[in-house]
Design a protein around this ligand. Structure first.
Ligand code: ADP
Ligand code: MG
Length: 573
C-alpha cells in the first residue's frame, strides 16, 4: 500500500505540472486523504486519447453513513452497491460533465447498469465502507497538462460527487430502502422456488413487455396488459419486505406456453429467462423470478462444437460421424441445438427454456407423415418431443417451451398455459382432452433412456488469450463478442448475458480457467464450481491483475458458453 498523502500535495503537484507534457501526470499516481474520504489514483492514462485514468474513492462508513440494515448481508450489499452506482451515474449525467480539452479531458465515468441488478465492481460495499471505481479523463490542451482543470475535477468535482450521491443523507431514505429491499425480496423468492417445487414465479401486476427489441426498459404502462395468473396456478408467497405476493407459479416438469401469434408467448418466456437475475424497482419484472440454473436454449447454426456427446439427440450421421464425441466447425441448426442442451446439462442446468421462434423445427418435432416417408434408420435426429419426459423423469430437468405451432407436445406436457391477448389461461385439461381424442399417430422414438451426459476436460493450453507480444489480449467488443487473443468469441446466441460488463468478466474468467482452474484432468464443471466458490468468497477482483470498475458477475452457464464457443478449444472426453 502506498503512503497516504495530504490533498495539499496533490494540489501543489497539479499546479507545478500545469503546462508540461502529458506524461507529467504520472506523478499524481497514489493515494490522497481528502475531506472524509480517500482518493486513490491507481493508473494515469498515457495520453489524453487513451482509456481514461483509473480512480477509486474510498468512502468510510462514518462519511457515507448508510444504516447497517442496508449492508447487513450479501443481498443487501449488492442492492446498495447497485443503487449507488445508479446514483453516481445519474449525478454525473446531471452535472453534464463533458469533454473540455483534447481526447477524454474532463470526463468522469462509471460503468452504468441496465435493468438488472448484478454484482458489479463499479461500487463495492465493504460492510458500511464504500469503494467507488471511476474513470477520469485527465484534462489536456493538445498534449499539455491542464493542471488547474485537473485540480477542479479531482479536488472539486469528486468530493461533490460524494456529497450528492454517496452519502445516506443525499437520498430520500425510502428510495434507498426500496431498492435494497426489492433486491433482498428477489433473492428470497428465488431461494423459495425450490422449496415450493416451482421453477418460476411471475407476480400478478408484473409488466412484462419492453419498449422495443433494443430498449429493455418497460413498455409504457398505459399500453401494457399487466400480468394476472390463472386461478389454478396462483400461489402466494410471503416476502420479507413486500409481504404476501400472489402470482403464477410454474411447477417443475414440462410446461408449454401456447397461444396465437402475437399474443405474448415470447414476451412471457423472455421475462422468465431474465428472471435468473434481479431487477430494479419499476422495471415491471421485479417479481418475476426463475430458478437460477435455468438456461435458454436455441438453435445456433454455424457455431463450433468440440467433442460433445450429442448422441441422446443425434445418432448415425452420414459417413459414420461419431455423435458420442461430436465435433464440427459449422454446426447445423439441429446439432447446434442438441449441443447447446447437452453443454448446459453438463454444467448443471436444471431448467431449459425454449422458444419455437429460435428452435430448429426438425429438432423439435417429427410427425407421423414424416416418419412414414423417412424411416427412423434414415433420420439421425431424435426430436426433443421424445426426450423431454426422460429429461425430467431421469435427470430432474424441467422444460418451459413457448410453442404455438405444434400440438404434438400436449402428450408430454404437465402443464399448458395459453396466452390469450397477453392474459395467461391454464388450458391443461383441454389440451389433455384433445390429446386423448386425437391420438397422435406418430411413434415415440426416444428409446428407453435419455442417454449419457459425458463430462469433458478442457485442455488449458487450447485456451489462448495471447496475441503478438502480449500474454493476454482481451476485449469485450460488445455484449455479444469477446476478442480473445487472436480469436473472436461470438456470444450473440447466448441470450442470458445482459451486460457488456458480464461479457468482459467472462473474458477474464476464461483466462482464470486456463491459468488456475483447469489442468487437463479437471472437468469443465469442476473448474467452474471452483471458480464460483472463489468468486463468492473473494469477489470479481480475483479475475483481474488490478482492480477495475467495469465487471459484472456472469453465471457459470454463460462462462461455459464462451468456453464452448472458443474455436481453438480442445477437450478430453
Ligand atoms: P408471440 O410470441 O405470442 O408471437 P410476442 O410475445 O412476441 O408474441 O408479443 C407480440 C407483441 O405484443 C410484442 O410487440 C410485445 O411487445 C407485445 N406484448 C407482449 N406482451 C404484452 C402485454 N402484456 N401488454 C402489451 N403488449 C404486449
Ligand atoms: Mg413468439
Amino acid at each position: 500500500m502506498t503512503r497516504l498523502r495530504p490533498a495539499s500535495e496533490l494540489r501543489s503537484i497539479l499546479h507545478r505540472i500545469d503546462g508540461l507534457g502529458y506524461k507529467a501526470y504520472k506523478e499524481i499516481e497514489g493515494r490522497y486523504e481528502l475531506e472524509g474520504f480517500v482518493l486513490s489514483i491507481d493508473h494515469v492514462q498515457g495520453d489524453p486519447f487513451a482509456e481514461p485514468s483509473r480512480v477509486r474513492l474510498f468512502v468510510p462508513e462514518r462519511t457515507a453513513q448508510f444504516p447497517e440494515r442496508l449492508w447487513a448481508n450479501r443481498s443487501c450489499r449488492i442492492g446498495l452497491a447497485d443503487f449507488l452506482t445508479r446514483a453516481v451515474a445519474e449525478t454525473l449525467r446531471r452535472a453534464a460533465t463533458r469533454v473540455r480539452g483534447s481526447g477524454t479531458s474532463g470526463l468522469i465515468l462509471i460503468d452504468a447498469p441496465g435493468q438488472e441488478v448484478l454484482e458489479r465492481t463499479s461500487v463495492i460495499v465493504h460492510n458500511g465502507d464504500l469503494e467507488v471505481r471511476l474513470k477520469v479523463g485527465l484534462p489536456a490542451a493538445g498534449r499539455t497538462v491542464l493542471g488547474k482543470a485537473a485540480a477542479e475535477i479531482l479536488l472539486g468535482q469528486l468530493p461533490e460527487l460524494i456529497e450528492r450521491a454517496l452519502r445516506y443523507r443525499a437520498h430520500a431514505p425510502s428510495e434507498v430502502e426500496r431498492h435494497v429491499a426489492a433486491n433482498e425480496d428477489q433473492d428470497f423468492l428465488r431461494e423459495k422456488l425450490k422449496e415450493l417445487g416451482l421453477v418460476a414465479f411471475v407476480a400478478n401486476g408484473s409488466l412484462l413487455p419492453r419498449r422495443s427489441g433494443v430498449d429493455d426498459r418497460p413498455m409504457p404502462r398505459e399500453r401494457a396488459v399487466l400480468f394476472q395468473s390463472p386461478p389454478s396456478m396462483e400461489v402466494e408467497i410471503e416476502l420479507p419486505h413486500a409481504g404476501p405476493v400472489r402470482g403464477m407459479g410454474i411447477p417443475s416438469g414440462v410446461t408449454l406456453i401456447v397461444g396465437g401469434g402475437y399474443h405474448g408467448k415470447s414476451t412471457l418466456l423472455r421475462a422468465i429467462e431474465r428472471g435468473v437475475y434481479n431487477h430494479i424497482p419499476g422495471d415491471g419484472r421485479e417479481l418475476v423470478v426463475t430458478d437460477p440454473t435455468a438456461v435458454k436454449i436455441r438453435a445456433e447454426d454455424g457455431r463450433r462444437i468440440e467433442k460433445v456427446n450429442i448422441s441422446p439427440f443425434i445418432g448415425r450421421l452420414p459417413f459414420g460421424k461419431d455423435t458420442r464425441s461430436f465435433s464440427t466447425d459449422d454446426a447445423s441448426g439441429s446439432t447446434s441445438q442438441a449441443a447447446n442442451i447437452i453443454e448446459a446439462l453438463e454444467v448443471g442446468a436444471r431448467v431449459l427454456l425454449m422458444d419455437e421462434d429460435t428452435c430448429a423445427t426438425n429438432f423439435m418435432i417429427r410427425d407421423h407423415r414424416m416418419q412414414e416417408l423417412v424411416a427412423k434408420e434414415k433420420e439421425p435426429i431424435t426430436p426433443f418431443l421424445d426426450k423431454v419426459r426422460q429429461l425430467y423423469g431421469e435427470l430432474g430437468v424441467s422444460t418451459i417451451l413457448a410453442i404455438g405451432g405444434s400440438g404434438e407436445y400436449f402428450d408430454v406436457a404437465d402443464r399448458v398455459i395459453m396466452m390469450d391477448e397477453y392474459r395467461p389461461r391454464d388450458v391443461t385439461a383441454q389440451a389433455k382432452a384433445i390429446a386423448a381424442k386425437y391420438k397422435a399417430e406418430r411413434k415415440a422414438e426416444g428409446g428407453e433412456r435419455f442417454g449419457e451426459i459425458t463430462p469433458r476436460r478442457p485442455l488449458p493450453e487450447s485456451i489462448n488469450p495471447s496475441k503478438g507480444k502480449r500474454d493476454v489480449k482481451l476485449k469485450a467488443a460488445d455484449r455479444d463478442e469477446i476478442l480473445f487473443g487472436a480469436e473472436e468469441i461470438d456470444l450473440s446466441a447466448v441470450e442470458q448475458i445482459v451486460s457488456r460488463s458480464q461479457t468482459r468478466a467472462i473474458g477474464h474468467a476464461l483466462v482464470a480457467l486456463k491459468t488456475r482452474y483447469l489442468n487437463g484432468r479437471r472437468t469443465l464443471l469442476e473448474a467452474l464450481e471452483a471458480l464460483e466458490r472463489d468468486l463468492d468468497r473473494e469477489g470479481l477482483d480475483l479475475l483481474t491483475p488490478y482492480p477495475v470498475g467495469d465487471l459484472a458477475r456472469p453465471r457459470r452457464y454463460e462462462i461455459a458458453a464462451a468456453v464452448n464457443r472458443l474455436r481453438t478449444l480442445e477437450v478430453l472426453a
